[in-house]
Design a binder for this molecule. Structure first.
Ligand SMILES: Cc1cc2nc3c(=O)[nH]c(=O)nc-3n(C[C@H](O)[C@H](O)[C@H](O)COP(=O)(O)OP(=O)(O)OC[C@H]3O[C@@H](n4cnc5c(N)ncnc54)[C@H](O)[C@@H]3O)c2cc1C
Length: 401
């Protein structure tokens, strides 16, 4: 019998397994898909690198990502990760998931995890048993790191859909994608359109992941090709970048992907990564949250007490909560109002706060700017909108009580 049975050998499951092995535990990962596919989750954030480095992930060949470009109407703005508050890491990578996920499995194996290729079909967490297509497996605790289906959370009645975010997405891979003057090679581009946004994640040599996220208010309808064409019609910037692009992969559709679990642990089980909670992808936070969640969860699991797991859960939720607040600001337009503030109205903390968020610096209590920006972005955006009629001094978050 193993100590920890982990459902899913994605980035979260492999990182969790590797950290648990470092702590001396026996770990078995159960993975349904032997050959990883080109799934979404391709744009990494710099603060994930602490986990990459600690566990020895091979990043050879991935395109370095130094920043992000946001476009809306005729305006665009670029943020460079070097502008964050006291940055430790100033770049991340854009990763093809079919390669990235294999490398995570290599990490897990190098740390001594066993990987069983089988689909989990049933479980009894109080007995620590999993029914799989390869037979029954037993462990002292079952952890679900099996991704957005939130399989265990659903079974235990813990999954709660998000009341405000009911989005859907289509995504593919394209060739012939252009970068424009403002971009540095490797930047992600996010183009805001009414009720949604377009992502362009370059992998080099004109190849990129391209997709459209649509909220219920988004006017796009029809087949994926029709929705994509409709999205391009709404964004001159995306049109320029994708004018000569050709689709090389089939469209994938995803929907209603924002949800969370009422608790992330209980007798005999734990949940981590998307299997515990997934917010919206606009800030590419998914893999970062899963990896940081795994890094913090491993010592709590090794401790084994409810107090340790409660403390982990509170910290894990708080980091995701910072992104969650800014995602609301994205969908109501406040984020772009602040991001595109004219230079005469800007203060250094605008960019510092935004870039620290974009870098994923949400688990370091010493970094105050992401929290402050998340808490006060609405107020700042409202102020900026009124400036044209009645100019007033821009509030200073650094002096905020
Ligand atoms: C439209 C969209 C765009 C996104 N873009 C980004 C982005 O740019 N950057 C980013 O960081 N995140 C992004 N994400 C989120 C990202 O995809 C996830 O947060 C990330 O993949 C979570 O990693 P994970 O290891 O928790 O789960 P997963 O990567 O989903 O891994 C779960 C693993 O569990 C296995 N599994 C599932 N069920 C079973 C079972 N029953 N038995 C055995 N094995 C099983 C699966 O095969 C898989 O290998 C995006 C999400 C969406 C919806």
């Amino acid at each position: 019998m193993t100590d920890f049975l982990i459902i899913g050998a994605g980035p979260t499951g492999c990182a969790l397994g590797a950290y648990l092995r470092k702590g001396g535990a026996r770990v078995t990962l159960v993975e349904a898909v032997e050959h990883p596919e080109s799934v979404v989750g391709e744009s990494m954030l710099p603060c994930s690198r602490v986990v990459f480095d600690e566990l020895g992930l091979d990043t050879t060949g991935f395109l370095k990502k130094h920043g992000a470009v946001f476009c809306q109407g005729d305006d665009s703005v670029r943020f460079d990760f070097s502008e964050a508050e006291d940055p430790v890491y100033t770049h991340a990578w854009q990763v093809q998931r079919e390669i990235f996920d294999i490398r995570w499995r290599d990490v897990a194996k190098a740390h001594g995890c066993e990987i069983v290729y089988a689909k989990v079909t049933d479980c009894n967490v109080s007995e620590g048993s999993l029914e799989t297509t390869a037979g029954t497996l037993r462990g002292k605790r079952v952890i679900d790191a099996g991704g957005r289906s939130m399989w265990l959370s659903q079974r235990l009645g813990l999954r709660q859909g998000d009341l405000r975010l009911k989005n859907s997405a289509i995504g593919t891979r394209m060739t012939g994608v252009r970068q424009l003057g403002l971009d540095q090679p490797g930047d992600i581009t996010i183009c805001s359109i009414p009720g949604g946004w377009i992502w362009i994640i370059p992998f080099g040599e004109g190849v990129a992941s391209v997709g459209v996220v649509m909220s219920p208010s988004c006017p796009l309808t029809g087949s994926p090709d029709q929705r994509y064409a409709g999205a391009l019609a709404l964004s001159a910037d995306a049109r320029s970048r994708l004018a000569d692009a050709e689709r090389i992969f089939p469209w994938r559709g995803l929907q209603d992907f924002t949800a969370s679990s009422t608790t992330f642990h209980g007798p005999g089980f734990g949940l981590c990564g998307d299997a515990a909670t997934f917010i919206d992808p606009v800030f590419s936070s998914g893999v970062l949250l899963g990896l940081c969640g795994a890094r913090m969860m491993a010592p709590a699991l090794l401790d084994g007490s409810d107090a340790a797991l409660d403390a982990w859960q509170a910290t894990y939720r708080e980091g995701g909560g910072i992104f969650r607040k800014v995602i609301d600001h994205w969908y109501c337009g406040d984020f772009m109002t602040v991001a595109l503030a004219p230079p005469r109205l800007q203060k250094p903390y605008f960019r510092r706060g935004i870039v620290s968020l974009l870098a994923g610096d949400v688990y370091n209590p010493a970094r105050t700017s992401p929290r402050r920006m998340a808490d006060r972005m609405g107020e700042l955006a409202a102020h900026l909108r009124t400036m044209s009629s009645a100019p007033q001094p821009t509030p200073d978050l650094d002096e905020a009580k």
